[in-house]
Design a protein around this ligand. Structure first.
Ligand SMILES: [Zn+2]
Length: 137
């Protein structure tokens, strides 16, 4: 396809661009490690530290931070968020709905045919929402 044909296309969102996803994963790893070492003190680092006290799983936090850095979290209403799926992170759907009900987070990935495995742990879509809320999302 020539340049003429591509002109009208919207740019690909970062979460669908494998190169941008890898960049975000590298940056997320740096953010989480620096936050846990106490050498980073911005809003995102504070959110990481706060969450780590509840759920001390570094790889879960890194994936959550990567989703936030990619801009995948959109607030939809009171206690409801839309989290765009990132194929590079293993997502099968275009988006997931995360809802906060009675102090508990639920994600639509729990209801997917493969999701039952993930329901036992908190998925990284929820991690992204928990982080985004703490940085004003
Ligand atoms: Zn999920």
């Amino acid at each position: 396809m020539g340049k003429r044909g591509e002109r009208g296309l919207l740019p690909k969102p970062p979460w669908l661009d494998p190169e941008k996803v890898r960049e975000a994963e590298r940056e997320a790893l740096r953010v989480v490690r620096e936050a846990l070492r106490g050498v980073r003190r911005d809003e995102l680092a504070s959110a990481v530290l706060e969450l780590y006290r509840e759920i001390p799983r570094e790889s879960w936090l890194v994936r959550g931070v990567a989703r936030v850095l990619l801009g995948t979290v959109a607030r939809k209403g009171e206690g409801t968020w839309l989290v765009y799926g990132v194929p590079e992170l293993g997502d099968w759907h275009g988006y997931y709905i995360v809802a906060l009900e009675g102090g508990r987070y639920r994600c639509s990935c729990f209801a997917s045919s493969w999701g039952w495995r993930r329901a036992r742990r908190i998925c990284t879509h929820v991690a992204a929402v928990m982080l985004a809320r703490r940085v004003g999302g």
